[in-house]
Design a protein around this ligand. Structure first.
Ligand SMILES: *Cc1c(COP(=O)(O)O)cnc(C)c1O
Length: 364
């Protein structure tokens, strides 16, 4: 028998979550497009698997890697494909033109590159505005250069204005960034007719007015909550990835015995512990300390001590029917990845993306 760990990907739940995003867009009363964000191998869920599951419903896709975008085209996807960081060099740009990919443009030099390849054809672009995230994009100070560059670049067939929120999930919200977005637009008369793309998952769920023409939800499609204070279930989202394994061994330990490397957990009474076939080389976070939730036989318990490369230990003292071979859920169905992430001081995005290649993936 092979090692019992596996990740199962529930494609019906993925489609359900995409439906929730689409419903949110519908309530805006606009014909908003909802582009699933499938960067980072679809947040660890498998790019082609996710894209195929959404083939007939997705309004398009958003990702980073030009090679991935070309694979989608080669697999027959004809929807719009947005490159969130645009093109990185002339070869990428040539691929954008050949495959009609939509690059984000965030520096005027990228318009010069477009002019150099103008003979090859024209391209729609997303012009990225920096409204406070301070990663990529043009600010109000850049508007006059931006207008000049755009006016000179015939290779641009269509413009969508795009920005990204820094705190749509937090107390500061989005309004301050929407104000900056509008201030930039006020300096730029021609842009009045351009489509607008702003919302990530958090904004789509909490600020429907930001859904605008094109929304870009990621984590919600994979069943993660973008919020600290609202669970995925309360948002109607279903988990897509379930990481599961089995109990490999069970031991009764005496008070005073420690568990695992460094002996960071010491039993203060006699305990029953279970060793689980899952470690940080599978993508489980090593910094998840004692007390991280875990399901054994469907019952929620806690991890004990440090996570090793290939194993971790959990508390079975209260789970009397647990035995070698008992099913374990590390996160997913029955145990929200958000809960595990919180206990490990991270976010579910990181858990999903870190799923290791050695973990077999099955679709359900
Ligand atoms: C990753 C990303 C998204 C999706 O964010 P979620 O929080 O996963 O919904 C949207 N837009 C941009 C520019 C991104 O980089």
């Amino acid at each position: 028998m092979s090692r019992p760990i596996q990740a199962s990907i529930d494609l019906a739940s993925l489609r359900h979550n995409y439906g929730i995003a689409k419903d949110r867009a519908r309530i805006c009363g606009k014909s908003s497009k909802v582009l699933p964000v499938v960067k980072a191998n679809a947040y660890g869920h498998g790019l082609m698997r996710v894209a195929n599951a959404l083939r007939d419903v997705a309004d398009g896709f958003a990702l980073l890697d030009v090679g991935d975008a070309v694979s989608l085209r080669e697999a027959g996807f004809s929807q719009p494909i947005l490159l969130l960081e645009g093109f990185f060099d002339e070869a990428d740009l040539a691929a954008c033109l050949q495959h009609q990919l939509i690059p984000a443009v965030h520096r005027v030099e990228q318009f010069s590159m477009l002019r150099r390849q103008a003979a090859t054809g024209r391209l729609p672009v997303f012009v990225k505005l920096n409204t406070g995230m301070n990663r990529l994009g043009f600010t109000a100070d850049d508007v006059s250069d931006l207008r000049k560059a755009l006016a000179m670049t015939e290779a641009v067939s269509d413009v969508t204005l795009m920005t990204h929120f820094a705190e749509a999930d937090g107390a500061k919200g989005v309004e301050w960034q929407v104000e900056r977005f509008d201030a930039i637009r006020a300096l730029w008369p021609e842009c009045r007719n351009y489509a607008v793309s702003m919302a990530n998952s958090a904004a789509l769920l909490r600020y429907p007015e930001t859904i605008a023409d094109v929304a870009r939800p990621g984590v919600m499609l994979y069943g993660g909550s973008p919020f600290d204070d609202v669970s995925a279930a309360d948002l109607g989202l279903e988990p897509v990835m379930t990481l599961s394994s089995e109990v490999l061994a069970i031991h009764d330990i005496a008070a005073g015995e420690s568990v695992g490397y460094g002996g960071t957990f010491v039993a203060d009474r006699p305990m029953r512990i279970g060793v689980v076939a899952c470690g940080y080389a599978d993508g489980y976070p090593r910094h998840a300390s004692t007390g991280t939730p875990i399901l054994v036989n469907g019952v929620r318990t806690r991890t004990l001590g440090r996570v090793s490369m290939d194993m971790l230990v959990c508390d079975l003292t209260e789970i009397s029917d647990a035995s070698v071979g008992s099913p374990v859920v590390l996160w997913g169905r029955g145990l929200p990845a958000d809960d595990v992430a919180r206990a490990a001081g991270t976010i579910c995005y990181e858990l999903f993306c870190a799923l290791a290649r050695r973990v077999p993936v099955v679709e359900v």
